[in-house]
Design a binder for this molecule. Sequence first.
Ligand code: COA
Length: 330
Amino acid sequence: MGINILGMGRYVPEQVLTNDDFTRFIETNDEWIRTRTGIVSRPMAGWEPTWYMGKQAALKAIENAGIDPKDIGLVISTTATADFHTPSMASIIQNETGAVNAGAFDLNAACTGFVYAMDTAAKFLSTDRDMKYILIVANESLSRFLDFTDRGSCILFGDGAAAAVVEYSDKLYSSVLGSEGAGGKFLYARSMQVAPEVACQPPEDFSSDYEELPLHKLHQDGKDVYKFAVQALPRSFELAAGKIGVTKDDIDWFIPHQANIRIIETAAKKLDAPMDKFIITLDHYGNTSSASIPLALSESIDKGIIKRGQKLALIGFGAGLTYGGIIIEY
Ligand code: COA
């Protein structure tokens, strides 16, 4: 079993926040952000809801794939920042794109969402061979969940969407999905829908300041997430690669989750793989959660950096704490 990416599309909001822009409301500076994260600027949704960005990316992916949206059998939307609890982003996008014959559901594996969705799609396509195409849409508006008084987290994230139309293929394929739920306390945002007067008991070991945290804002223990990330990225590759006897030398491009350049550099060292095999777009997108890997992929395909026939390793990590990797041939 395997998967072929027929076409991709992306959408990022026009509004951009540079590192210097943050100096207007928090104690920070461009040099600190660049050297600690590699991020220079990030797109921020203004009027655009999450589903709208997803729809724009999806329409481009459908156009680039050259397919009739009526032939899409399933829409999977990955998001940790949905506009609604119900309906799903996927159902909205299914309607907006004319995918009238598709089922639709959202998938939340935080920043690892696209990897999870690709693997889910590969398995759907291999067990239901009547399903022609699946549309995967990664759409995120992290800015709506950021605490803009917390300088350790608000500078990291950006908004955007990227989508892929995929079909069954018997090309090279391997995957691993993982989760270390004990680390959930290191990166979380409470639900917006919980009324403040209703006691929402957190899991036992969530932070002691849980009750004081602003409702639905992102809480992050940066150092703990960092420690997890630098081992989760190489592990995701090694576990997926080990299943099919592939080594890092067989891989043309690593497309890691775009959270922090230092995390990616450390992962590259652990894998003993050169940094010039790693696609980097975090400088201009920041961390766009589940949209980060497909944004990097889509941009690199359009620039002619990633070419047909090349072997790709998509490796991610995120809240959960989740991790995962897939190895595919483009
Ligand atoms: N500007 C200036 N100074 C800042 C700052 C900012 N934006 N954010 C934090 N600092 C300060 C801290 O207050 C601290 O000051 P102190 O020494 O006076 O207490 C100092 O910089 C060092 O902070 P520290 O947290 O140790 O920095 P760090 O090197 O660990 O980098 C992160 C912080 C958040 C960049 C890093 O931990 C990280 O990237 N973690 C992973 C986060 C992530 O990837 N999340 C998403 C996962 S999907």
